[in-house]
Each structure stands twice: as C-alpha cells, then as structure tokens.
Design a protein around this ligand. Sequence first.
Ligand code: GLC
Length: 435
Amino acid sequence: MASSPEWKDRCAQALRKNLPETTVLSNLKYRYTCPSNEGGAYLPQWLWDSCFHAMTYRWFDPEMAWEELLNLLTHQISVGNDKGMIPHMSHLAENRDRVSQELFHQKNASILTQPPLISTAFLSVYRKAPDRSRLSWVYPKLRLYHDWFDRRRDDDKDHLVALIHPWESGWDASQRWDSVMGCPGRDENDLRTLEGKRKNLVSLIREHDCDAEILSKTPGAFYVEASDFNAIRVADLSALAELAEELGYKDEAKEIRHQGALIREAIRQKMVTMKEGSIYFHDLIGREEIKSPIDHGGKFILLFGQCIDKNEAKILINQLVKIEQPYRTKYRIASTNPMDPTFNGDEYWRGNVWLSLNWLVFQGLLKYGEEKEAQHITEESLSLVKNQGFCEFFNPLTGMRGKKHGQPCPQNYGWSTIVLDMLMELEERGISIDT
Ligand code: GLC
C-alpha cells in the first residue's frame, strides 16, 4: 500500500525524467515537460499533455506547474486570421524536430490545436498557488483562444466547433475517424494507411489556410464536430469565467457562462438522442452534420461538460458500472466499445485505457455526485500504474502496457501521472484510497 506522499514522489520522479535537455531548456523563457523522453518521438511540448502535467505538478511543485502552462502560450498566434490559436505542438526548433517543421511548414509550432483544457488547468494551478499578476497576463490570452474557436471553427454558427484533423481531437487513430479518413482500419495495413493519410492531410489543410469553412466543402478534407471536444470546451469556458471573476470582471464572466450554456444546449440538441430508455451520443460528420454511428468512450466525457441532465447521466453511468455492460471492463475506461468488431485493447487508440481520459471522466463523475464511482476509477487507474508503470496507455481487459503497430508504448509517460490529481482530490474530500 503506497500513501499519497509516496505517490507524489513517484509522479515527481516520472515527470522530472521527462524534462528536456538543458540545452533545450536554456533557450526557453519557461520550463516544460516532454510527454516522454523514451525513443525521442515526444520531445516537443504538447498542448493538452502539458495541462495534465501542470495539474499533477501543482501538488508538489506549483512553480513548475505555472511555468508548464505559461510556456504553452509562447507560440500562441498573435496576428492574422488565426490570432489567438494555441498550437498543439510547440518548441519544434529548440528540439530540432525537422519532421514536424516540414510537415507544418513552420519553424516553431504546429498549425493545429488540441482539446481546450488550458483554462481548466490554469484555474486548478491558481487555486493551489494564486498569483494575480500572472493571471492578469494570462486571462486575455485565454479569451483570445476561445474567440479564435468561435471565429475560425464555428463557421456554421451553431455554437459547436469543428475539428479539421484527427490530431486535434487528441484521439489520433481512433475508429471514430476511420470512415471520414476513408479507410476501414481492419488490420495493421489499414492502420499504417491511416497514419499516412493523417500526415498527408496536413498539406491539404495548409493549402486552404486552415479555413474550416473552405475545408468543410473540400473533397478529402476532415471536418467533424466532436462531442467530447465540445464538452471539454464547455468546462474550459466555465473555468475561464471563474478566472474572470477572480480578476473582478463580473460582466465578462457572465458573458462567458452564457456562451458555455449555448454550447451545452447545442450538444444536448444535436449530439444526444434518447430512444426507448437508452441514450446515444454522436459526433457530427461534415457540413451536413451526419450523426456518426461509432460508439466510443468519449461519451463519458460529456459528464465533464455537464452536458446532460441527472437522469440521462444515470443511464450513461450505468453503461460504465453495470456488470453486463461492454464498457464495464476490468480496467476502465476503454476508448472504443469492446464489442466493436475493430476493437483492439492493445493497439494505439483502438480501444485502450488512457489515464488522461480517465481523469476527465473522474471529474465528470464528481460533478454528478458519483463519488463512489470516481473512487473506483481512481483505484483502477492507480493499479494500472502500480503493475505496469506510467505507460502512455493500457489494455482495458488485461491491464498490460499498450502497443503502437505492435511495439510497446513508452512506459514513463507524463500525463499518466494525473492519477496523483485524482488521488489528492479524493483525499481533500476525506476519501482515502487503498492503493
Ligand atoms: C499522441 C496522442 C495525443 C497526445 C500526444 C502526445 O499523439 O494521440 O493525444 O497529445 O500523443 O502525448
């Protein structure tokens, strides 16, 4: 049985092992943590990874937590059509990441974004280590980011933002995108084809200046309104409203909350269906907003945005806890329904447990008062790490370390340390976990 101080140590060690080399850090204003140092594939900074890192750091190194987030703003776009956008990968030059530089045709950062969790992360760091002067500097930048979403990604003005690349969802190789990417993803060959297509898609996006409206009408492009992404955005706006209040901007806070309510309503209206006592969730594909039939674990993230009512939440949560349900795997939460014919618990995004996603669902469960279930998810998450290390992802049936194209995934992965935040949040509520 490991206590929370021991978990703090373990998580601190895991994150610190992933600090970039001093030669990289010495060229930066703030420090950051790589997703993983193993194999050299994950050296730049990633947007939502760093949000998770910061929420872990806040429990033992709040200064580092601030730096991790502040550093994300270094390459926020400050001029032109995309003013406000925060790139999903940055610090490419310092890391000499030539492959990404060529792909994005940019020296420093990518041209895509990732799930907006940054206000949420700033708020949770601020709560542990308040710093008004930093917050005053950060707040307008967070607002600009959300304004960018409204301007550039909600071209049909339905309050739901569209993704223009699977990488933006954070669920790169999920079954969710197979049909949009034009390949069924049945076997290893297909998975490699899909990987190639994701790389090629970047040129098409560049050609059209990342314009979602144009891309929505361009053959071969990707245009999806994703349910979990929009739900994460609702939660982020609510965190942004709290930050506004903190600075005394009451009217702005009200406006931001109103915006969140509109998105929530749009999700409820367009992405959720109740039929004969069952509940279904859909990503909307293309400008025609075709309801995707793919059932995936992202639906549980709608709890995080509080996008459904209490009764609907009960029905949804049952899918996670009732013994006979497909998502009630030994280790939760599978990213794809284990009954899906293409489910593969080992292979990258084809049905794995990701502790970053577990955290989002954990927070959602707490918002609906489901402490017991939040506790179970935390116990399972901790036991995965105890048995296999801080793996990038895990198999939900066996609990084993996941694989990408058959090769084991990195075992000291930054965002898997988010288990500490789960453990500590429960501890603050007086719930102790048998770890
Ligand atoms: C992979 C994941 C993405 C993550 C990145 C860095 O691309 O799909 O969600 O942000 O790795 O960890």
